[in-house]
Write a protein that binds this ligand. Structure first.
Ligand code: COA
Ligand code: ZN
Length: 309
């Protein structure tokens, strides 16, 4: 039987948070519905953060109030602090993502807290979640390189993975926030983290700034990782990390996995109309490396005349 992979869609949070255009809650819900219709079953639906810091994520409680197919889709919300925990759980979120950037400067720029303080806050959120039936997943951001402090030492990532694992994090997600990792580094960082947490608990979050995200995913697959974050059409960037572009595109990850014989529950072609819809919504041209080819296949399948050229 084919091995199953989890593709976790982060476009509605990581993708939208850096867009010039702020979508309404109902547009965000329309985007989420289309993703779910295309087969997405794991999705980060928004963040409960200060609307002054990230105006694009204002109204996330409204989004959570109306999420489609709640029984069959696992929705997560990102939170930066205990206030976020309270807002998210009041809004009905049952899976929460905390973010610990593993460098001092990135934490200060992102959430105005020191690294040690952020680690402490993440730990107490994880412990509280365990007591209240809320799954808390821990992101280790800038795990390969920080835009302010340069290369991240793998031992630092291991140390914080250990702390999050000890606190009882449901998952530990190794995040290449600015898209600077290479496959050798991926192996090195995963090797360290696997000493403190089981590989089944690990997930990876890559941005495709330098075009190496799929190669990094392949390195992580070889290491045993079976869950990856991605963003539809490669939508995204990071408002707090200069120079970072979007996440690896969902259609690229799904195509890679499905063509290797793994099961994602998603047909790559079904993502084509979703990319088109979100291009119209955001006014941004989207599409990962495989998108042109996929779009041609989709047009052919649906009898749309070729655009030539
Ligand atoms: N959700 C909504 N509002 C929040 C909040 C949360 N989780 N946490 C704090 N606030 C509010 C406070 O109530 C306060 O509101 P007020 O100005 O009306 O009194 C305001 O935000 C400032 O709070 P303060 O505690 O002084 O912190 P700050 O100004 O240093 O901001 C964060 C800290 C964490 C709230 C802010 O930096 C943030 O939301 N960052 C998120 C960044 C992000 O999403 N990054 C990408 C994903 S990692
Ligand atoms: Zn990201």
């Amino acid at each position: 039987m084919a091995e199953t992979f989890r593709v976790n869609e982060v476009g509605p949070r990581d993708g939208l948070q850096s867009q010039g255009k702020t979508l309404t809650a109902s547009d965000r819900l329309a985007m989420i519905s289309s993703l779910v219709d295309a087969g997405i079953r794991h999705l980060e639906a928004g963040s409960f953060v200060s609307p002054k810091a990230v105006p694009q994520m204002a109204g996330t409680a409204e989004v959570f109030a109306d999420l489609p197919s709640k029984q069959s889709v696992r929705y997560a919300g990102l939170i930066p602090n205990m206030k976020g925990y309270e807002l998210a759980t009041e809004a009905g979120a049952e899976v929460l993502n905390v973010v610990l950037s593993v460098t001092e400067t990135m934490n200060q720029k992102n959430i105005g807290m020191s690294l040690d303080k952020t680690a402490e806050v993440c730990e107490s959120i994880i412990r509280r979640g365990r007591g209240e039936g809320i799954e808390v997943q821990a992101y280790l951001a800038v795990a390969f390189e920080c835009p302010f402090e340069g290369r991240t030492h793998p031992a630092v990532v291991t140390r914080f993975a250990d702390q999050m694992q000890e606190a009882g994090a449901a998952k530990i997600i190794i995040a290449d926030t600015i898209g600077a990792a290479n496959p050798a580094q991926v192996r090195q960082v995963l090797h360290g983290v696997a000493e403190v947490a089981p590989v089944e608990k690990l997930s990876c979050h890559f941005h495709d700034t330098r075009g190496l995200a799929l190669a990094n995913i392949l390195a992580a697959i070889d290491f045993g990782v079976r869950e990856f974050d991605s963003s539809i059409g490669g939508l995204g960037g990071c408002p707090f990390s200069p120079g970072a572009t979007g996440n690896v595109a969902t259609e690229d990850v799904v195509l890679l996995l499905e063509s290797m014989g793994y099961e994602t529950g998603i047909q790559p072609l079904d993502l084509v109309p979703v990319v088109r819809e979100i291009e119209v919504m955001t006014g941004v041209q989207l599409g990962g490396k495989s998108y042109r080819w996929l779009a041609q296949q989709w047009d052919k399948r649906n009898g749309v005349p070729s655009h030539g050229g």
